[in-house]
Design a protein around this ligand. Structure first.
Ligand code: ATP
Length: 306
């Protein structure tokens, strides 16, 4: 058995109360093991305990109880040896430095000046080299943090909501670069609020809420468990009943109803329903939406009640 990239056993973290109402239990007994080369999403809503867990993995916070091993050693030793890098939500950048200078300074600290050009190129920073950090957008600054994390060529990369504050296009760019950076052997753990980010990037998802793991399974399976899509469209009122009947006959449709002229269809067959509506009816204003994270949690707790 190879040494796990990460082993967390019985992890618990309590913070002193902020308002005298007793301690805040941020992490309430987490066990998880990540093999070398795995890409794992820690998915959960605000306050789930993701940042606390990742900070402990990075040696930036200490557990109240439990054991955390990173690459077979303590978090601090792994970090100091340069085997672990992180992109954190709040990590400071020096605002007066230029982008290129920032990368060179950190490369010099790691003794890897020869990697500057390659890392800047791979993270798309070369055209921004002369720009001051303070003039970069939030997404560009996040890309710079990512470049700094890649400099030591870490075995384990930890990303805490790396796309927070980015718009959809910047998020897509970020994950495309990230995908190219995950080569055999590099382990990646990232925290996210977005089910789509877990779906498109991580083969395995650990769902965390209230400081506990609610599910730890292949992301595809999770997606199937919450695979419903909602298709909505406006149809001429006179057609509504006939269209409803046609839609209900599509395999995979779980529920279809008409709210006045607005048709709302739930189920796993969103492509088939959309095709039927657009090609055989006078439907307009078609929208397809994915379940929210809240819906995912609901579906999962419903599953565990069965
Ligand atoms: N220093 C602290 N003192 C007291 N409570 C804290 C402290 N840091 C975090 N908490 C609390 O611990 C719980 C878990 O917080 P944590 O930041 O780990 O969650 P998260 O999943 O990362 O959330 P987010 O997505 O908002 O970053 C929350 O209830 C939070 O308010």
């Amino acid at each position: 058995m190879p040494t796990p990239a990460l082993r967390i056993s019985g992890l618990r973290k309590e913070y002193p109360s902020r308002d005298g109402t007793g301690p805040v239990v941020a992490v309430d007994g987490i066990d998880v093991e990540v093999a070398p080369g795995e890409i794992v999403a820690f998915l959960g809503p605000n306050g789930a305990g993701k940042t606390t867990t990742l900070d402990i993995v990075l040696g930036l916070n200490t557990p109240t109880d439990g054991v955390v091993e990173v690459l077979g050693t303590t978090p601090r030793k792994a970090m100091l040896a340069g085997h672990v890098s992180a992109v954190l939500q709040t990590e400071g950048l020096l605002r007066d430095l230029k982008v290129g200078e920032t990368v060179r300074v950190i490369a010099a600290l790691h003794g890897v000046e020869d990697r500057v050009g390659e890392v800047m190129e791979r993270t798309g920073l070369t055209p921004l080299a002369q720009r001051k950090v303070q003039s970069c957008s939030g997404g560009e600054q996040q890309r710079l943090r990512f470049a700094l994390a890649l400099l030591p060529d870490p075995q384990l990369l930890v990303l805490d909501e790396p796309t927070a504050g980015m718009d959809a296009a910047a998020r897509r760019d970020f994950w495309e670069t990230m995908r190219a950076e995950t080569h055999a052997g590099r382990t990646v753990i990232f925290a996210t609020h977005y089910l789509e980010e877990a779906q498109s990037f991580a083969p395995r998802t650990v769902l965390i809420d209230g400081g506990r793991i609610r599910a730890d399974r292949p992301t595809d399976e999770l997606r199937e468990m919450v695979g419903d899509r909602v298709v909505a469209a406006t149809v001429p009122p006179a057609d509504a009943l006939a269209v409803l009947a046609a839609v209900r006959a599509v395999p995979g449709v779980r529920e279809a109803r008409a709210d006045g002229a607005r048709l709302v269809v739930h189920g796993t067959a969103s492509d088939d329903v959309a095709r039927l509506l657009l090609t055989t009816t006078a439907a307009v204003d078609l929208e397809v939406s994915a379940p929210s994270l809240e819906a995912a949690f609901f579906a999962l707790t419903e599953e565990s009640r069965k």
